[in-house]
Design a protein around this ligand. Structure first.
Ligand SMILES: NC(=O)c1ccc[n+]([C@@H]2O[C@H](COP(=O)([O-])OP(=O)(O)OC[C@H]3O[C@@H](n4cnc5c(N)ncnc54)[C@H](OP(=O)(O)O)[C@@H]3O)[C@@H](O)[C@H]2O)c1
Length: 242
């Protein structure tokens, strides 16, 4: 249960059709402090629940983000759980030889620019006093100082850009609300469609279920406060260097 937000609170989960997003939305529905969960999908669907208010949203279409902002109650908690590592046309690069402008542009559109546009349209709705949270799922591989193995150029770079966007948003938002929290989170390695092609190299005890990751992430969100804004945190609450 999230105890650090005012009760009742309204949550918004962007990407509630994804592996981790669906688990986050389900846990928020079970939380008596959360009154409603606006849950967005793109091509997939979100699970039905009396607290769920479903919407469709395309991060690469600003009009669909603006339309969502026009239709929802002001949220105290926003979690962006969308992301792109691979799809039918785009694969993570193993070498610079594989770099393609359209793959890079797509990664930045979904992983960096889309979340920035969600902030543009949703942050103005959020409370000016008290704790409120804007969290995005980033990835440890977006840490520049942690990059020891290379590869995955577009995904890494788009997550590094996302981390910088979050840091920059946090500075502006703090001037409006000292208790606001704007953070990037690493969910661990989680058994979802996104990680599926790469799971064979992961030790069984290091591959989390979406439910475990989501529970940890909500615990981290509950523990952090305004002094932590602009940071990058892992599922266990440890700070990740940029
Ligand atoms: N899984 C891991 O091991 C892992 C590790 C580190 C970081 N992460 C990060 O955690 C986040 C969630 O990952 P996941 O594993 O849950 O991935 P996932 O199961 O593949 O879910 C991806 C989500 O992104 C949404 N999405 C994709 N393109 C979109 C678009 N154009 N507009 C709006 N939504 C769009 C999908 O919507 P539809 O399904 O409705 O199309 C889905 O809800 C990502 O940011 C990922 O980078 C995951």
């Amino acid at each position: 249960m999230i105890t650090s937000l005012p009760a009742p609170s309204h949550a918004l989960v962007i990407g509630a059709s994804g592996g981790i997003g669906a688990a986050l939305a389900a846990l928020l529905c079970d939380d008596p402090c959360i009154e409603s969960v606006v849950a967005t999908s793109y091509r997939g669907t979100v699970a039905a629940h009396q607290k769920i208010v479903p919407h469709t949203l395309d991060l690469s279409d600003e009009a669909s983000i603006a339309s969502l902002a026009d239709q929802i109650s002001p949220p105290n908690l926003v979690i962006i759980a969308t992301g792109l590592l691979h799809d039918d046309e785009h694969k993570p690069e193993k070498s610079w030889r594989a770099l393609k402008p359209d793959t890079m542009a797509r990664a930045f559109a979904i992983n960096s620019i889309g979340p920035a546009l969600v902030a543009k349209h949703i942050l103005p709705l959020m409370p000016r006093t008290g704790k409120c949270v804007f969290a995005v799922l980033s990835a440890r591989v977006g840490s520049i100082s942690d990059n020891k193995s290379g590869g995955w150029h577009s995904y890494r770079a788009s997550k590094a850009a996302l981390n910088q966007i979050i840091r920059t948003l946090s500075i502006e938002w703090t001037m409006k609300n000292h208790d606001s929290l704007c953070v990037a989170l690493h969910p661990g390695t989680v058994a979802t469609a996104l990680s599926q092609p790469f799971q064979s190299n992961v030790q069984a005890d290091k591959l989390f279920t979406p439910e475990k990751s989501a529970r940890c992430l909500l615990g981290v969100i509950d523990e952090l406060d305004g002094a932590d804004t602009g940071g990058f945190f892992a599922w266990d609450g440890s700070k990740i260097p940029f």
